[in-house]
Design a protein around this ligand. Structure first.
Ligand code: IVH
Length: 706
């Protein structure tokens, strides 16, 4: 082995060497060293890191090895996040969108809002980075922040130039959709079937469900020659990082991109108002089925780039764009059976098993029936002919029963849990039946574990439902904390686990010992605490300790209230308790969530499970990503009318600078921005000696932050 001048140098060498062996093993199927030698490198890396924690590199193999275990493609961080779009489903939704834009920008009634409109392609988005005109990197969207490196694959797509003409900026990321034409998709499935037939095993032919899956499966290949054999296409619809932008409107920049040789939709137009937008939508809808590729709507974007800049983003979607979706597609089929699935909160969900049918290009075999009421409403029984509908990525639904026959009554919904035999009950006012087995119900426990490790929760790569079920069955994992107690040695005693796979899973688990607070909270699977609520709570409380202290205050307040008034009605409590109301202050978090948090943590089993988990895991505090400015960390109040800004825009600006925006002036207020007509708040501010600026003063603060 080589000798090194310092531990830092050795760690650097180890990172590069281990990464190289990962590539050889995962990407090229051509390992150069034995598993034992690979393990020795990993061990040496861990030893050095344990001895010198300050030298742990961001790309340390101890952190990244898990990432390469399930996806053979390297991860790349996007220079600018790849966003998604909000959806509109009706003309009214589109009108609301235009109105929102107007209000945000405070436009006069006469001022037109010009928008672009173009088809929404059903493919997968891809960012193509050109430096000095040369294609240097291509990445999939991934989670929007980090995608997969598909550069060699993208180079095989004929629509995508490797070199842009001389006038292109130094750095320019073209963003668009990689897709497969409908006819090419059908031919590809046929070819795969014939190849399998020729190899003597038709039943093992790989078949793609729809053109989008085919495009994704073809692009995300570790062997780019496979991609080369698949007929992929590309359409540009925007851009990411750019050292210069060739135009002042969406339309002009897209024209420049087209002039550089990248395909832009023939149906990309500029509209001078809502009438023109809707007319274009109808035109595209009319020719939808005749288009050579799948589209699922029309995307509108504010044309002026300075306006886009001002409008900015909410969560993951721009305020300046909207996807106007086409209505769902429908088809008829036969309902064969109704199965009951048990979810992580014990909810029993009826699932319709259908005769396979193609709906809008996708083969549908299952549909959700939601709950017992829905079964009653549709009056469905196995054997009926039904109409199935599919809209976007949502689960297909049965929207009509063609064999209604009221005389036979309603299909009997089971009154016991099909998984554990406990009684299934319906709480008053609830539509769902729930298994009362709680933690004795294996289905609920497995579902909770699955949820904990799942992509949107802790995202433990390689720990999917198959492993969870098998570890659970054998008693290896009963609660989330057990996941972190797994060892490589234990895995190696099990069938089909080898050094590398075991090391990879352990590394993937270890990589999630400091999860972001919101993911951790979401992973706990508390009723009513979905991803968005978890994010809101995490933003508001910022650390696990603060969040937990809030819940403890709420529990104490509830107990005191119960004692004082002898009242246990939940709705009453939610309305009354002061501490509960404090939680409800968090945007999007109402009394329902407050009570769910109390119920969860007041239950000893849960409190114990979380305590055990916290021995293994430390959720990371929330640090706001903001621009530094003189108001960072300060509290700002806006009052009076603002002339160039809407309230929403002002608030968004303040938050982007790391300030908190409050509704009323108090001793905690640091700055008041007062417009004409400011009244009592302005007076209070001067009484308290708080700094006051006018709108122009505020604009200077924003400008100074750059
Ligand atoms: S614009 C910042 N335009 O739809 C806005 N997206 O649902 C980014 N898509 O992730 C997207 N056709 O992959 C835009 N003409 C189009 C599109 C389009 C398809 C995809 C894109 C995006 C997703 C959002």
């Amino acid at each position: 082995m080589a000798t090194f001048a310092s531990p830092a140098e050795e760690l650097e060498w180890l990172a590069a060497e281990i990464a190289r062996h990962n590539r050889l093993y995962h990407d090229q199927d051509a390992p150069e060293i034995s598993d034992a030698d690979y393990d020795a490198l990993m061990r040496r890396n861990s030893e050095l890191e344990a001895a010198h924690p300050d030298l742990v590199r961001p790309d340390s193999p101890s952190r990244t090895v898990g990432a390469t275990s399930t996806s053979p493609l390297a991860k790349v961080a996007h220079a600018r996040a790849m966003l998604s779009l909000d959806n509109a489903f009706s003309d009214e939704d589109v009108a609301d969108f235009v109105d929102r834009v107007r209000r945000f920008l405070r436009l006069g009634d006469e001022e037109p809002v010009v928008m672009t409109a173009e088809p929404k392609i059903d493919g997968l988005s891809c960012s193509l980075r050109y430096e000095k005109g040369r294609l240097v990197l291509a990445a999939t969207r991934g989670d929007g922040t980090t995608g997969e490196d598909v550069t060699p694959n993208v180079r095989t797509i004929g629509d995508i130039p490797h070199q842009l003409p001389g006038e292109a900026p130094d750095v320019f990321e073209v963003r668009g959709e990689v897709y497969m034409a409908k006819a090419d998709f059908a031919a590809l499935n046929m070819r795969l079937l014939e190849e399998a037939r020729a190899a003597g095993d038709e039943s093992r032919a790989r078949q793609f469900a729809n053109p989008r899956n085919a495009a994704a499966g073809s692009l995300r290949q570790k062997d780019a020659s496979v991609t080369a054999s698949r007929p992929l296409r590309f359409l540009a619809h925007g851009w990411g990082e750019a050292s210069a932008v060739p135009g002042e409107t969406q339309y002009d920049v897209m024209r420049a991109i087209a002039a550089w040789g990248l395909p832009v939709s023939d149906d990309f137009v500029r509209c001078d108002g809502i009438e023109a937008m809707l007319a274009h939508y109808r035109r595209i809808e009319a020719k939808r089925s005749g288009l050579p590729f799948d589209i699922d709507g029309v995307v509108y974007k504010v044309d002026r780039l300075d306006w886009q800049q001002r409008l900015g983003f909410v969560a993951r979607a721009p305020r300046w764009a909207m996807a106007h979706k086409f209505p769902a597609e429908k088809a008829q089929t036969t309902l064969h059976a109704i199965d009951i699935q048990v979810g992580r909160t014990g909810k029993l969900t009826p699932v319709a098993r259908l005769e396979p049918v193609t709906v809008g290009g996708v083969v549908v075999t299952n549909a959700t029936l939601h709950n017992a009421d829905e079964i009653g409403r549709l009056n469905v029984w196995p054997g009926d002919r039904v109409v199935v509908q599919r809209a976007g990525d949502v689960i297909p639904q049965i929207v009509e029963n063609l064999s209604r026959d009221e005389t036979r009554g309603t299909w009997p919904f089971p009154e016991v849990c099909p998984e554990c035999g406990s009684a299934a009950e319906r709480e008053p006012g609830e539509v769902d039946y729930r298994c009362t087995g709680g933690l004795i119900c294996p289905a609920q426990r497995v579902e909770r574990l699955r949820h904990f490790a799942s992509r949107h929760a802790l995202d433990i790569e390689g720990l999917g439902i198959v492993h969870i079920e098998s570890f659970f069955k054998d008693g290896l994992i009963q609660a989330p904390a057990d996941i972190y107690r797994l060892t490589k040695e234990t895995l190696l005693t099990r069938e089909r686990w080898a050094e590398v796979s075991a090391a990879n899973l352990i590394a993937a688990i270890d990589a999630k010992r400091n999860p972001p607070l919101d993911r951790f909270l979401f992973a706990l699977g508390i009723r009513h605490v979905g991803e968005v609520t978890a994010r809101d709570l995490a933003r508001r409380y910022r650390s696990w300790a603060e969040l937990r202290a809030m819940v403890d205050r709420a529990i104490a307040a509830r107990d005191a209230l119960v004692q004082a008034v002898g009242e246990t009605d939940e709705k009453f409590l939610a309305r009354q308790a002061k501490e509960l109301a404090a939680i409800a202050e968090t945007p999007g978090v109402g009394p329902e969530v407050a009570l769910a948090l109390i119920d969860f943590f007041a239950e000893p089993h849960n409190a114990e499970a979380v305590a055990a988990l916290l021995d293994q895991v430390s959720p990371a505090d929330v640090v706001h990503e903001t621009r530094a400015s003189e108001v960072s960390g300060k509290t700002v109040v806006f009052t009076g009318s603002l002339e160039t800004l809407s309230r929403d825009e002002a608030k968004a600006q303040a938050e982007a600078l790391g300030a908190k925006v409050a509704g009323s002036v108090s001793a905690k207020t640091d700055l008041v921005v007062a417009g004409p007509g400011a009244g009592s708040k302005l007076k209070k501010a001067s009484d308290l000696g708080i700094r006051v600026v006018d709108e122009a003063g505020w604009a200077d603060i924003v400008k100074a932050a750059g």
